[in-house]
Design a protein. Sequence first.
Lengths: 273, 300
Amino acid sequence: MKRMVRPRSAVFLVALLLVSLAPFLWLLLSSFKSALELYQHPFALPSRWSADNYVTAFAQQPMIAYLRNSLLAAIGSTVLAVAMAALASYSLLGRLRMPSWLAGFLTFGIFLPTSAFIVPYYFIVNWAGLYDSVLGLIVVYAGVSLPLAFLIVKTYMDTVPRQLLDAASIDGAGFNGTFWRVVLPLSGPGLATACIFLVIVGWNELLLASLLTGTKAAQTVQVGIRSFLEAYHADYPVAFAAIIVAVLPIIAIYLLLSRYIVSGISQGAVKYE
Amino acid sequence: MASHGHRRLATGAAPYGWLYLLPALAFTVVFFVVPLLFVLGVSPMQWDGISAFQFAGLRNYIALMEDSAFSTAFTNTLLWIAVGLFVHLPLALLVALLLSKRPAGWRVFRTALFVPSIISTTALALLWYFIFNPDFGLVSALLALIPLEGLQGLRLLADPTTALWATQLPYVIYLGFPMMVFLTQISAIPEEYFEAARIDGAHDWQMDLHVTIPLVKPAIIVNSLFVVTYNLRLFEYPFIMTDGGPANASINLSLYIYKTMLQSFDYGGAMAASAATIAAGLVIVGLMFTVARRLPGDTR
């Protein structure tokens, strides 16, 4: 049901929209210009729509490698973290009479600022021989995101009705069987929500990626676009093109999965208080 | 623990049930418990990362308090949290209230305002670094429209008095995520509450103040916790837009730790700063929980 919005509220919303989006539009347009044109006519439409900057970005920097590393780190860590979260959530459903503080133990990491742990993470990763490797990123991201994944999955898994669990064990399903055939399928939406959030977080992460990788072979796209600042300080439009390329996957994910993202947040807003 | 599960399990199924728990437990220990102990244990040490530990007592902490860069980083981080709680969130709530009234095109606004908040902060920081560029940036162009001598050619990111606020501007503007949390909580409020208030003669803004806002208290709590933890970790805006400068004017705690570790190779100092960050975080979150319990409205 529609209620009317006052004119000044409408102005406010439109102004906010403009301030939020105008920079992106400008970035997109400027990515098709040459550096010279950027300085001479920064706010005009490109006189000649040229994809040169994109070509340069891919030709002179390992953009494909960066994108691949980001993809592997984001997806690999998500699968690992959500799998661990699902297993742990199931074990804490109540059938095993685990101590109740365990759930809190697995979640408290959410409140700890991971920027305070960069020194120990650095040494742990080195000690494990995983420095400057995508596998290292996968493992660290999985560990760091685990509390969030566990919170989302457990909250959802807790809503599986006990009668179903009891019915399954009466049917002889056993502990393992109940997990794979009853609980896991029913937790699908919770798992999906956790996956979407973790993939987005993993794709966007910068601090740990900068810390734990040293060469372009293992760096992610966020580290890559940041390095464009130095590499192309005389030719910023190439950096613009790289930024556009780096954000397109997330925008694509949103356009495909917006329903799930929004419903995931709404479940959270209602449940987590 | 295995014997407990074995004894009490009615179905007699899983003494190995705790194996399900093991991976998550192990990762939590490795990535949270061990680092916490590490930070607390090594911060009183003098250590360059290679040679042996040398006990230095409180020296690292004292050096920290004498380092003006650290005190700036600390206050700046508190300022980031304050801006998050008292500017970013209220704006997000306001937008959510407006959009919850479903004006024409509200879905477009919702999407357009939400999408930037899931784009990487790295990209946003780079974008606004360019927006503030004095030669071709949007900000300079807008300021040029105002015919004031003092506003021309401003290098907002290079000026110690404006650098911090300039780095915070994109954070304030991109409020899509908390907006979405508020919006979904508002839409969960049953219509009858508004009907009852309207029958009692309440105006729109009175309903906002006395009906809606108390009922979104859970969302306020969740968003506030997220703001605090986010700003304690925040790294991209100062790192990319100003590198903490000029002269550490815009540095914050995570960038301070990063630089102390990677540029000064002062691991003891980095860890003292890390301990301070964690302590600050716990105090602030603890304060928030206490305040949250006292406020009127739906409690947990």
